[in-house]
Design a protein. Structure first.
Length: 98
């Protein structure tokens, strides 16, 4: 993502305000789970479980909106996908596996 503020000791997402420490991540395989605990993999489709306001505008993604196939990425927003024709980065806690 390019919407990240660079602080000396942490990173901050401009979109949601989430902060995380600057430290090396272990090389263990990362497992991404949805809001219900189901494991997500590249190519899955997901459904939003609640309305999400998009940062920087007045658009809202409605709960129940289904995505195109997802791609798992590194960083705070684990999911990269298209919903309603808009490319978005999502946190896994706001989606369920379709």
């Amino acid at each position: 993502m390019t919407d990240v503020l660079d602080h000396p000791d942490r990173w901050e997402c401009v979109t949601c305000g989430h902060e995380w420490e600057r430290e090396a991540q272990p090389d263990a395989a990362r497992v991404v789970k949805d809001a219900h605990g189901n494991v997500l993999v590249d190519g899955d489709c997901v459904v939003l479980i609640k309305d999400l306001k998009l940062g920087g505008g007045s658009q809202v993604l409605k709960g129940g909106a289904k995505s195109k196939p997802i791609r798992l990425v590194d960083g705070d927003h684990e999911i990269s996908c298209k919903m309603d024709g808009i490319a978005v980065g999502l946190k896994a806690c706001f989606v369920k596996k379709a």
